[in-house]
Design a protein around this ligand. Structure first.
Ligand SMILES: [Fe+2]
Ligand SMILES: [Fe+2]
Length: 182
């Protein structure tokens, strides 16, 4: 498997979570109750699977290698991706806080969660389509010859982040898909 194929398969799992978030956003906006622990599971998925397991492979390995090949960090497409990761982290931070407030029953927490989740879903879906359609094909062209080495670095990172991370979060998404669509 190519490194960008692996990253794209992670995108497909992240998109399933974006769909879960959209379902919960609609429920919250309609004033329906959502189990607070489920909102916290969404936040945990985003922080651990999307923002650590997936984004760090891009930032520390794939994008870093593209920079080493002469792609500028600032102003270029890699810089845009990095600033979108940062923007995503701000929405995630706000969702984390809102999920905690919602659990405590604070006023306005449902609205705050829904707003930030909606922004996050919008940001990430267009981010993913830019990576799939533009950035990864560029990476394949630039780094095709060293793909085995990139995959090795991915494996090394994976073992540092813990075994079976992907399997664990696939299970969580499957569970949340059922709850959020009922
Ligand atoms: Fe990314
Ligand atoms: Fe990505």
């Amino acid at each position: 498997m190519k490194s960008t194929d692996l990253l794209m398969s992670e995108h497909r799992l992240i998109e399933r979570m974006l769909n879960v978030l959209s379902n919960y956003t609609i429920k919250l906006e309609q004033g329906k109750k959502v189990p607070p622990e489920n909102l916290k599971m969404c936040v945990d998925f985003i922080r651990t699977f999307a923002d650590t397991y997936h984004h760090l492979k891009e930032e520390d390995i794939l994008f870093a290698e593209m920079e080493a090949f002469g792609m500028p960090r600032n102003g270029g497409p890699v810089g845009v991706m990095l600033s979108e990761h940062e923007m995503g982290r701000r929405f995630t931070k706000a969702m984390t806080q809102a999920a905690e407030d919602y659990e405590k029953g604070n006023n306005g927490a449902a609205k705050a969660f829904a707003e930030n989740a909606r922004n996050y879903v919008g940001l990430l879906s267009q981010h993913i389509s830019k990576e799939d359609g533009i950035l990864y094909p560029m990476a394949n062209q630039m780094l095709g010859d060293m793909d085995d080495q990139i995959m090795e670095q991915f494996d090394e990172k994976k073992s540092r982040l813990g075994e079976r991370v992907r399997e664990k979060y696939e299970g969580i998404v499957t569970q949340l898909e059922k709850d959020s669509s009922s």
